[in-house]
Ligand binder design. Sequence first.
Ligand SMILES: Nc1nc2c(c(=O)[nH]1)N[C@H]1C(S)=C(S)[C@@H](COP(=O)(O)O)O[C@H]1N2
Ligand SMILES: [Mo]
Length: 221
Amino acid sequence: MHNKAARLRKSRSPKADPLFGERLPPGQVLTERFPILHEGAVPDYDLATWSLRLFGSIDNPVELSYADLQALPQRQLTCDIHCVTRWSKFDTRWSGVHVQDLLQALDIQPPTAFVMAHADHDYQTNLRLEDLLHPDSLLATHYDGQPLTAQHGWPLRLVVAGRYFWKSAKWLRGLEFVAEEQAGFWERNGFHLHADPFTEQRFSGDALDITEDAWREKDFD
Ligand SMILES: Nc1nc2c(c(=O)[nH]1)N[C@H]1C(S)=C(S)[C@@H](COP(=O)(O)O)O[C@H]1N2
Ligand SMILES: [Mo]
């Protein structure tokens, strides 16, 4: 069992910073840097064989190549990101494919309200379809005008609007349309199913006194 949730619960919440008003969620600290956080090793791929699968409760499962994604409309997104370990970063710039465009191009109308995102290595996170379809969510291939770095999820990662950043799976390999909400990796390991930073949905259960600054000791770009 992971002890990350238990450690985070014990740390104290920083004071709200009035400088950032409503924009910085409670208990978060702003950073200019870009921390790198994940479980396991950074995967490497051959783009020629890499694929993204759409499956689950849809009539025809599909496997998309990287070229398939490049052929779709390329969208830009600027958004704030909030990690449950308490760092937030404003105005991150992404580009890539919007799930709505992808579903439309494939003529898929998902019959379910939930999606399980599948990523390497053996990482999953549960999402509501409406969050994935939010205008500020993206299947991102680029960050700040450059292809994603391997550590930040190359070749494809999710950016999910309005959720703690663990929902933004790096090294995304599949979207599974599911009728019932099931917990993903962190959601099975003490973290909240829905992960709204503004209401501090950090942990499963009810304790809200958290935080650590472990991310300060991690890698940054
Ligand atoms: N595949 C995968 N995606 C992942 C993770 C992971 O362990 N594996 N960690 C998540 C967590 S906890 C965070 S905070 C963000 C960090 O993204 P970054 O390293 O680009 O800052 O990735 C998320 N996506
Ligand atoms: Mo995280």
